[in-house]
Design a binder for this molecule. Structure first.
Ligand SMILES: CC(=O)Nc1cc[nH]c(=O)n1
Length: 108
């Protein structure tokens, strides 16, 4: 049996940084490739664009979600409207239905 590799890093687009640091954005929705975060572990977070570190997050949960089941509560946790959230996710993961909600908290 192979030993699972626990991710210790996560990237976000720089435009999300202030919402994460202020606690307005408490989830991230990722695709299959980024589903392997483990509740109880912490990750170092940097910007996708230039790799600038800006915080550490503790992973609280990772739950599957269908794109078509995204709702107003997900949008609220992303500090967006549902229309905005669906547009953002479809832009990042075009046509992908099988997604994962990663819930996290800022490590002080
Ligand atoms: C870099 C990157 O993929 N960032 C994402 C993707 C989905 N949601 C999010 O908050 N950030």
């Amino acid at each position: 049996m192979t030993t699972p590799i626990i991710p210790t890093e996560m990237t976000f687009f720089a435009r999300f940084e202030s919402d994460i640091l202020s606690g307005k954005k408490t989830i991230t929705i990722r695709d299959e490739a980024e589903r392997h975060y483990v509740p109880g572990t912490t990750v170092d977070v940097s910007t996708y664009e230039d790799g600038r570190w800006f915080c550490r997050l503790e992973i609280l949960s990772v739950e599957p979600i269908a794109f078509s089941d995204l709702n107003d509560f997900h949008a609220q946790q992303e500090n967006m409207t549902l229309t905005e959230l669906k547009a953002v996710i479809n832009d990042i993961y075009p046509g992908i239905e099988k997604l994962y909600v990663v819930n996290y908290t800022l490590v002080k």
